[in-house]
Design a protein around this ligand. Structure first.
Ligand code: G3P
Length: 217
């Protein structure tokens, strides 16, 4: 399973990249607003830190304008993936960009039917939002299971990129269901390391090691 960081904060991305566990980055207009910096400069900086795909989202709602924005964004770096919304114009743009060899991340997916459309449009990634699904009383993971089944039935190469990840169990459940990628805020990726028994174990091993009076090397 690939790990993407869902942030536009380049300091956080740099820190995660140093762990060797970061495979890509996703941004969206809200995250860009939160970072408070120029969008193009931010994407350029992130794409230089992380060699994996960096999703940058168009904000236009019609196909021609989406293509114009995508043209600006994909020129930033070779590893920029264009993020488009799951609308007829978004999927038309997806098909065109895919045909031109550009990676496309279709975002704001909330149903298996939408995921099927995105795969038919040749999306590189489909982003179902599990946390927002849970927020309105559905089980986001049921959506992931349905999409996995549909994509496997037809060997669609579109990768399932689980988004709106809110806690470590979302990551574990997504992995159990065979999602290809998950994108999470850096805080959640750091939480994946945590277990109190690991901390307790380190503390007791260190105590006993000190009692031996030895050192390594
Ligand atoms: O990248 C989009 C997605 O991950 C948003 O997450 O927590 O705002 O629903 P959230």
């Amino acid at each position: 399973m690939k790990f993407f960081a869902d942030t536009a904060d380049s300091a956080e991305i740099r820190e995660l990249a140093e762990t060797g566990l970061l495979d890509g980055v996703t941004t969206n207009p809200t995250l860009v607003h939160k970072a408070g910096r120029d969008f193009i400069e931010t994407v350029r900086e992130i794409a230089a830190i992380c060699p994996g795909p960096v999703s940058a989202e168009v904000v236009a709602l019609d196909h021609d304008e989406m293509m114009r924005e995508a043209e600006v964004l994909r020129k930033i770096a070779d590893n920029v993936a264009i993020k488009v919304p799951l609308t007829p114009a978004g999927l038309k743009t997806c098909a065109r960009l895919t045909g031109e060899g550009t990676q496309v991340n279709v975002t704001l997916c909330f149903s298996a039917a939408q995921a099927l459309l995105a795969a038919k449009a040749g999306a590189t990634y489909i982003s179902p939002f599990v946390g927002r699904h849970d927020d309105v009383g559905f089980n986001g993971m049921d959506l992931i299971a349905d999409i996995r089944m549909i994509y496997d039935n037809y060997d669609f190469p579109t990768q399932i990129l689980v988004a709106s990840v809110r806690h470590p169990m979302h990551v574990v459940e997504a992995a159990k269901l065979g999602a290809d990628v998950m994108t999470a805020p850096p805080k959640i990726i750091h939480q994946l390391f945590k277990h109190p028994l690991t901390d307790n174990g380190i503390a007791s091993f260190l105590k006993d090691w000190q009692a031996t009076g030895q050192s390594i090397g």
